[in-house]
Ligand binder design. Sequence first.
Ligand code: DGL
Length: 264
Amino acid sequence: MKIGIFDSGLGGLIITHSLIQALPQYDYLYFGDTARVPYGNRSQQTVYEFTKQGIEYLFEQDCELIIVACNTASADALRRLQQSYLPEHYPNRRILGVLIPAAEAAVAATTNQRVGVLATTSTIMSKAFEREIHKLDPDIDIMGQPAPLLVPLIENGGEQWAPPIIKSYLEPLAGCDTIILGCTHYPYFKDIIRDQVGEGVAVISQDEIVPAKLADYLKRHSELEQRLSQNRTRRYQVTDLTDDAVRLADELVGDDPELTQITL
Ligand code: DGL
């Protein structure tokens, strides 16, 4: 049984790369819904429907555990999938998101109790980060900043135009001593963001925290861990295959991953 990774597109390859580096022994199946990316400006119901279809596909491919790398899907669909879909259809399997590890890291990092969140419009509107952070510490002030231009810049090779756009997104977050990068793609810009905010601000990048959280989860759930196969296979599947997707996947994963196209 494999570890499945679900994303709306290819940004989730950044976290996939760090998961594979940290836990190379397992078999991974990446699913990116490139035909329907972006999810970040869609309604909650549509994100739920799309995410459910991707999750169903990954379970049919024998994934024991699915990481929802997409923050928008984690914000809009994860709780419903965990509470309703999973118990009915796959009670012994698990779906994990990326919001809670980032929320925990932010709560641990902040000293002035002011946390900023950069994310897609849909994730900010859902207030999912606020909910998770306030479960841990209700006194923290949270400032959400949608950053909708960053994903298309990466997807379309426009990275050189990012610095002034990032600067304007960060301005409203001045005063926060901790900033969560709440989107699959934003770790791509983490060095620029860290440079711009300076050393006094902690920048929480999910690719740096989720692998250790998963390792810890697997240690605590040995019955599940034992069902994971360990043949070091990696498969990357997408719902639309273009030259741009191949270029971006190579850039994000680094070793020319072979993308194959599937139909849901
Ligand atoms: N994967 C999405 C996220 O992490 C970004 C891309 C999209 O909008 O679908 O929120």
